[in-house]
Design a protein around this ligand. Sequence first.
Ligand SMILES: [Fe+2]
Length: 310
Amino acid sequence: MKYAVISDIHGNLPALNSVIDDAKRNFIDEYIFVGDYYCDLAYPNEVVNTIKNIKGAHVIRGNKEKYLDGLLKSDQTEWVYDQFAPLYWNYRELDDDNLQYLIGLPEDKKIKTPNDNHKMHLFHASSFLFKSTNMGLLSSSQYAEKMIQGNFSHEEYLCYVQKILSSDDKIVEILDGLDTDIVIFGHSHIQWHAEIDKKGIINPGSCGLPLDYDKRAAYTILELNENAINILERRVPYNISDTICYTMKSELYTNAKTWCDIIFDQLNLAKDEINFFLRHVETTAKKKNDYSIPYSNTVWNEAANRWKSN
Ligand SMILES: [Fe+2]
């Protein structure tokens, strides 16, 4: 059995289409999607329709889908925060069917190969199973810090991941207690895989918004034979300008211009620029002695204007 493992599309349809084309060329049997299908780029319905049309796909929710629960229950007259403009736009843009589909997705899922030789546990963020462990060292911000200290290759990063995970007794203990031999999660937008005590751990990185300094769309092919687990990481080029031009013409851009401009930088650089922006908003809030959360529109817009002028 050959699975295509895909995560963190963030509304980037051209990236998803290129990944699916590549998966077809690699004779994939089944697709696994582990969350965050919409938000930052302007194709929410197209992405959801594409996933819904894949027969037998295994699909779970990410934190972006979880936000929809809260929006569904809230009063839209209270949707006044510029900080959340991308979420508001997506919520209103999503067709009813697609909204209900995303809200109804499970938080995690266990699946097995048809011959029962392998079992997989899918969830979106590593914190679902690995709370208070060294997994935090594999975040996108930690990746960027590490890059600032000195460039490293992907192979070097995979060795680092293997060392980080295998030296954490808590991670080894958690893996040991699982009734599955493979765990799959995304969320960090950093592609990696590791093997600890014969258990495979896969993070396919981000299809639509990679943050590991490689702007090509990421996904991972998992091939399961009777006794073997083969993992092949794929990076697929796609037309980034198509995504940016389409988004610039949408109301998402009109409603959340600064956010979208930073996202476009992220697409082109594959670096966690949003994280730097959020730190900048925090500094602005402190300077103004305004500690409200969500950030007030005064803080958000002042931070955005200063960010644009720098
Ligand atoms: Fe994400």
